[in-house]
Design a protein around this ligand. Structure first.
Ligand SMILES: [Zn+2]
Length: 375
């Protein structure tokens, strides 16, 4: 059975279902929300609540169907439409068929348990169903994004739990980075290097699966974090770009003692980390602040630094300046920034145009195995 086309008010009602889903997320439940509509009027709402109610059947749709039936004083929901942010499961689809629901509209498809076409299609069984029409894809991206954000946050929390924080360090709450989470690839962390001894360093590795790709190390300065290179990363698909949040900055742990934060120690951390990643040769682009680190890496000789270039700095927008301040909720978190001599919030940024010029300068390395040059 082909899905029925969307109707005029579908987006409006799905917006209300999304609001229910957000409430579920706020309560720690998987964010799925539903509303039941009859004759152009809202009849009932429901959100996912199996955790809080200790009830495996407390899906958004079942909760909304119960509320709608109570409002009508009838278990049959003739003429009603249910809007739900996620494709209904078999249980909920069954409940809708029992209720003789006129129509169901869902947002995101659910490839794991969807029973309206993804895994099975209960609504297409002629012996089961004579009633319920199905429409799909209304606000599908917003509905899916809500679920993705929720599960990403849960994975992050699980990783945090798995990486205990040393007593002599602070860790910025993850939520302070939420506004910029989509600007970078997912973060990886390392804590078991000799020089780190349990302090966690966060980094972006754009191609962990490509050990033979040319390697670019991108170093922020004493007032930014890996977000500084957000415009550059998408321009270098052939490169393995490594962007650490230096310890004491960004999403990395922040040792409270300023004395640890010498350029020599940071360079040692970077060397051990690059060795762990089996990097043998690399180029470096860096904020002028961290030129010291690039030079220390180059002098050490392994891995081999074939070129090191300072980036072209522009002025950070207000929103970006907020990002530079996000890792430092209070003075206690700022030991590294102070020890390395930075004052106040950084106003530096690598703008989109400067990133494009830098990417063009790097381009010869990706043009072929013989294409790279030594600076
Ligand atoms: Zn369900």
């Amino acid at each position: 059975m082909a899905p029925a086309p969307p109707e005029a008010d579908d987006a409006h009602w799905m917006g209300l279902a999304l609001a229910q889903a957000r409430e579920a997320a706020a309560a720690g439940e998987v964010p799925v929300g539903a509303v039941v509509v009859k004759d152009g009027a809202l009849l009932a709402t429901g959100r996912n609540s199996p955790v809080a109610t200790h009830d495996p059947s407390a899906h958004a749709e079942v909760n909304a169907l119960r509320a709608a039936a109570a409002a009508l004083g009838n278990y049959r929901l003739d003429g009603c439409t249910l809007y739900v942010t996620l494709e209904p499961c078999a249980m909920c689809s069954g409940a809708m068929l029992h209720a003789r629901l006129a129509r169901v509209v869902y947002g995101a498809a659910d490839p794991r348990t969807g029973a309206a076409g993804s895994v099975v299609d209960l609504f297409a069984q002629p012996l089961l169903n004579h009633h319920t029409r199905v429409s799909t894809g209304v606000a599908a991206e917003a509905c899916a994004a809500l679920l993705q954000d929720f599960f990403r946050g849960r994975r992050q929390a699980a990783r945090e739990g798995a990486q205990p924080l040393r007593d002599d360090a602070l860790r910025t709450p993850e939520a302070r980075f939420d506004a910029w989470r989509d600007a970078l690839p997912p973060m990886t962390t390392v804590a078991d290097l000799p020089s780190l001894a349990g302090w966690r360093m966060a980094f972006v590795d754009t191609r962990p699966d490509a050990p033979d790709a040319p390697v670019l190390l991108a170093l922020h300065g004493w007032g930014q974090w890996s977000l500084l290179f957000r415009h550059l990363l998408p321009l270098l698909p052939d490169w393995r770009v490594l962007v650490p949040d230096l310890v004491g900055f960004g999403r990395s742990d922040k040792p409270k003692r300023g004395a640890v934060h010498t350029p020599a120690w940071h360079a040692q951390v970077l060397r051990e980390w690059l060795e762990r990643l089996e990097v043998r040769e690399l180029r470096v682009v860096h904020h002028p602040d961290s030129g010291l680190l690039a030079e220390a890496l180059r002098q050490h000789g392994t891995p081999v630094v074939t070129a090191a270039w300072p980036i072209e700095l522009g002025r950070a927008e207000a929103d970006t300046q907020r990002a530079w301040q996000a890792p430092f909720p209070d003075r206690g978190h700022e030991a590294a920034r102070r020890a390395l001599g930075a004052r106040g919030v950084s106003k530096d940024d690598l703008g989109a145009d400067a990133a494009a010029r830098l990417a063009r300068r790097l381009a010869p390395a990706s043009s072929g195995p013989m294409g790279y040059f030594r600076a």
